[in-house]
Design a protein around this ligand. Structure first.
Ligand SMILES: Cc1ncc(C[n+]2csc(CCOP(=O)(O)OP(=O)(O)O)c2C)c(N)n1
Ligand SMILES: [Mg+2]
Length: 276
């Protein structure tokens, strides 16, 4: 188990890597990568049963990155966790690379290619149902975006998860209040997400998605109720960690200028020193 201080340090280091690879690839889904880093770090470093030296181990927990566009965060966390050397991240977005702008099975540790929103929960439901039928004890985690909740397929999967009593399924929503073109409320209002999932038969908790105490507690203690699927609504900040990217839809996907890059790295280096 890593301490909260260690997790914070790892997250800041990963935020720096995200900025570096998005800069070198001349673009990236930066905002949603930065909002979900702490969730991924909690999962890969303290919560999931997994083995980077044997990515296809049968008894591993599964993680589906349904918001596949936030791929820079996923690649950097997988590298840090040991699935491949961190030096390989410099290939991100280059010609002939395995590190495309959305995750594929070519990258060690990626369970499912994603990017077309709205599919991850259905896939996770299938995996959770399979695990139940095999009487396996592993858990299935899936991370979705809040904008992604506008996809109708999610609600079919949500219905099936409670019908099949999939308490081994843990869905997390990166609730950063923004999607590609603006504020969730102006693009497709969601309120109340909690009530919607509860009406579909889920157990729901809401936490601060940047607080490692809350993340660890919520993720460690599922199933919260036997026979019910688990949803964590993680309140996050899009662009978290770089002041001028925070809460701004324009940083959903963007090319960093040299000045943006220097400023972002200065801020993150400063946060890293504070975290020591
Ligand atoms: C089916 C589908 N429609 C549209 C898109 C284009 N798209 C990419 S990201 C995005 C917004 C997603 O918003 P959200 O789920 O809130 O992600 P985050 O804020 O975490 O980046 C959209 C519409 C897509 N990838 N897939
Ligand atoms: Mg969002």
């Amino acid at each position: 188990m890593y301490s909260v201080e260690q997790l914070k340090y790892i997250s800041t280091d990963i935020r720096k890597k995200i900025i570096e690879i998005a800069h070198s690839a001349k673009g990236g889904h930066i905002g949603g990568s930065l909002s979900s880093v702490d969730i991924l770090v909690a999962l890969y470093f303290n919560i999931m049963k997994h083995d980077p030296s044997d990515p296809s181990r049968l008894d591993r927990d599964r993680f589906i990155m349904s918001k596949g566009h936030s791929v820079e965060g996923l690649y950097c966390v997988l590298a840090k966790a040991g699935y491949f050397p961190e030096a390989m991240l410099s290939e991100y977005g280059k010609f002939n690379t395995i590190f495309y702008g959305h995750p594929t099975l070519k990258v060690p540790g990626v369970e499912m290619p994603t990017g077309s929103l709205g599919h991850g929960l259905s896939i996770a439901v299938g995996m959770a149902l399979g695990a139940k039928r095999d009487k396996a004890t592993n858990r299935i985690f899936v991370l979705m975006g809040d904008g992604e909740q506008a996809e109708g397929s999610i609600w079919e999967a949500a219905m099936a998860a409670s019908h099949y009593k999939l308490d081994n399924l843990v869905a997390i929503i990166d609730n950063n209040n923004l999607q590609i073109s603006g504020h969730i409320d102006s693009v497709m209002r969601l309120s109340s997400l909690r009530q919607k999932y509860e009406a579909f038969g889920w157990n729901v908790v809401e936490i601060d998605g940047h607080d490692f105490h809350q993340l660890t507690e919520a993720l460690n203690t599922t199933p919260w109720k036997a026979g019910m699927p688990n949803l964590i609504i993680a309140h996050t900040i899009k662009g978290r960690g770089v002041s001028f990217m925070e809460n701004s839809a324009s940083w959903h996907h963007k090319v960093l200028t040299e000045e943006d890059f220097e400023r972002a790295m200065d801020e993150l280096n400063h946060s890293e020193k504070e975290a020591i």
